[in-house]
Design a protein around this ligand. Structure first.
Ligand SMILES: [Zn+2]
Length: 253
């Protein structure tokens, strides 16, 4: 495949994978089966046909609305699909090859974790383990970041946040971080290497502040509890850092 076609391939692959991820994200927390479960309109319960679940098609034919009650069908579903398509396109644009494909997988895993954390304050251990494991595996396949930097990143990321969480708890007598957050930063470290960890935390803080500001501007009250969970903020910060790192490494060759 010619290199210029790869980002387009990434977008199409992203749409397909995003459709599966959206189903997983929207159903897993409810304990419903991803494969076997049949989809229905969340508002009126009408069973949806297979083609109605393909956002692009359903959008063209019925403006994304349920035929029975007119409710927009799973806009979350569509948002996740579009995000997954963007991730696939950007990753293969930044690195047209297998390293780009690896980066897309990193992005899709981050997207899944971020969405579950935003919606359910839940970072499933199994998924953070896959994120960490695939990061170390990428370290075996690609030269940069080195496997050693990734391993240190995994340990340092976990240890740093676990220590902060313990410190916070001993001072404030309550949990300040989610239990999955240290594992999440460790898993991100397995992809980006330890050198990127301060930037992940800085990026997460900046995104958190921006989100809080935009909520204030729209008149929503912002409390500690209403903040986006840290895991999702770290995930949102990590993918652009991968893009930056990869584009930078490409320039250095
Ligand atoms: Zn309906």
């Amino acid at each position: 495949m010619p290199a210029f076609l790869l980002p387009i391939f990434g977008i199409i692959l992203g749409l397909i994978i995003g459709s599966f991820l959206a189903t997983l994200i929207l159903r897993w927390p409810e304990g419903r089966s991803v494969i076997a479960g049949r989809s229905s309109c969340d508002a009126c319960g009408r069973q949806l046909r297979a083609w109605e679940l393909i956002p692009v098609v359903s959008f063209v034919i019925q403006a994304g609305k349920c035929r029975q009650c007119g409710t927009m069908i799973a806009t979350d579903h569509m948002a996740i699909e579009i995000a997954a398509a963007l991730i696939g396109g950007l990753a293969l644009f930044a690195a047209p090859g297998f390293d780009g494909l690896a980066g897309a997988i990193f992005g899709w895993l981050l997207l899944t974790l971020a969405a579950l954390d935003v919606k359910h304050h839940w970072l499933p251990d199994g998924l953070t383990m896959i994120l960490a494991g695939s990061g170390l595996m990428a370290g075996l396949l690609f030269d940069f970041p080195t496997l050693q930097d990734r391993l240190i990143g995994g340990i340092a990321g976990f240890a740093a946040l676990a220590m902060i969480a313990a410190l916070y708890k001993s001072i404030r007598k309550r949990d300040g971080l989610g239990g999955g957050d240290p594992k999440m930063l460790g898993a991100i470290g397995c992809w980006l290497g330890w050198q990127a960890l301060p930037l992940v935390l800085l990026g997460a803080s900046l995104i958190g502040i921006l989100v809080a500001l935009s909520w204030r501007l729209r008149g929503k009250s912002v409390t500690v509890d209403s903040m986006l969970p840290l895991g999702s903020l770290m995930a949102i910060a990590a993918f652009p850092l991968w893009l930056y790192q990869t584009a930078g490494a490409g320039l250095a060759y």
